[in-house]
Design a protein around this ligand. Structure first.
Ligand SMILES: [Zn+2]
Ligand SMILES: [Zn+2]
Length: 368
């Protein structure tokens, strides 16, 4: 990565002055980190948060991870760690929502000549490009909408001790610290992920099996809870009850199945199942900085009010000169920056770091 000195200075000051964590059972977790020269170190452990903090201040990692799992020997290789349990985790990536606004703020920058395009290989110099995404308000609001849906469903499943985090870049992480759910194996976690995505909801549960059961259909339409309730509300929002029942009477299994698939796709939550079923994952640690943005992964208390460009910015505002190759207009910490194109500008450190992390700026070259 370009401009490592600026990033390290910013990250060092953050870890030195501001880092703290409420992470529980630190002793039983595996930690890992990535360095700014792209090495990944895993299988480390700490006795307490002071030891963890000492490493962060000493190494200034680009990214820091902790296991969702608890082990007897977190430092050992996987087979010898002795898995005890693991928090249930969910990853909502805004990019996966495929929103129409994406085309307005996703582009590629050539790692060599800095040309802006939508190409994987630069048409001008044939070098690789880096994909850049700067989530807009609409993206963030849509991400929050997914968070509210997942909270409702976790509630239906009886989950306790749920925390919502901003991921540090492009999404949200949900951590469930509920002991009862912590012993679930991957298969059981997949069932939960499927429920949250709305996978496996078939016409039969609505009385709309190959052989229709009108009483069952009427009952299902009275449902309030769970997927039945969600589907009933959706169907009843389209037409009144009597018309709906007569329309369901006539509807074929296949047609209703297709209709259900559309509804569950829309009302389900877009999560990365791979993350949820992994009981040995190391996952970005709370209150650490993401090298993809310079923003912090932080716990969110009030999801509806959350703004990452305000609430996840912890780097200070020391004026810093950067060569900006390209930047759209940005609003960070209430200050508006840009647009910029191939110019040297003095920015507050937090904005400079954001653009460097996105690959859009670098330390100005000193001419001798
Ligand atoms: Zn190029
Ligand atoms: Zn957007």
């Amino acid at each position: 990565m370009d401009s490592i000195d600026i990033l390290k200075r910013a990250f060092r000051r953050y870890y030195f002055d501001k880092f703290d964590t409420k992470l529980d059972r630190i002793k039983e977790r595996e930690f890992g980190y990535a360095t700014f020269d792209n090495r990944v170190i895993r299988h480390i452990s700490f006795n307490d948060k002071n030891e963890l903090r000492a490493l962060l201040v000493r190494e200034i990692p680009a990214d820091v991870y902790a296991s969702n799992a608890y082990y007897t020997n977190p430092e050992a290789e996987i087979e010898l760690k002795n898995w005890l349990a693991a928090d249930l985790i969910f990853d909502i990536d805004i990019k996966d929502l495929a929103l129409p606004c994406m085309k307005d703020h996703q582009f590629s920058i050539c790692i060599n000549c800095k040309d802006i395009s939508n190409e994987k290989i630069c048409l001008k110099c044939r070098s690789n490009t880096k994909e850049v995404n700067i989530p807009c308000n609409n993206c963030i609001e849509e991400g929050k909408h997914q968070v509210f849906k997942i909270l409702e469903m976790l509630n239906e499943l009886g989950a306790n001790k749920i925390s919502v985090y901003f991921s540090g870049n492009n999404g949200f992480h949900i951590h469930v610290n509920d002991e009862e759910l912590s012993y679930l194996n991957s298969e059981a976690r997949r069932d939960i992920a499927d429920y949250i995505k709305g996978i496996g909801i078939i016409p039969d549960i609505f009385g709309m099996g190959r052989k229709k059961n009108i009483d069952h259909i009427k009952d299902a339409l009275n449902s309030e809870k769970g997927w039945k309730g969600r589907i009933a509300r959706e169907l009843l929002s389209r037409m009144d009850r009597n018309r709906l029942i007569s329309s369901l009477r006539k509807k074929s299994y296949e047609n209703f199945n297709n209709e259900l698939r559309d509804i569950t796709k829309r009302l389900g939550v877009t999560i990365d199942t791979v993350v949820t079923i992994d009981t040995h994952r190391i996952f970005r640690l709370e209150n650490t900085l993401s090298s993809k943005s310079g923003l912090a992964k932080i716990k969110i208390d009030d999801v509806s009010q959350f703004n990452p460009y305000e609430d996840a910015v912890f780097i200070d505002d020391e004026p810093t000169k950067v060569h900006i190759h390209y930047a759209p207009k940005l609003l960070i910490k209430g200050n508006s920056f840009g647009p910029y194109k191939d110019e040297i500008v003095s920015l507050p450190l937090y904005a400079a770091v954001y653009l460097i992390c996105k690959g859009l700026a670098s330390e100005p070259k000193v001419l001798n």
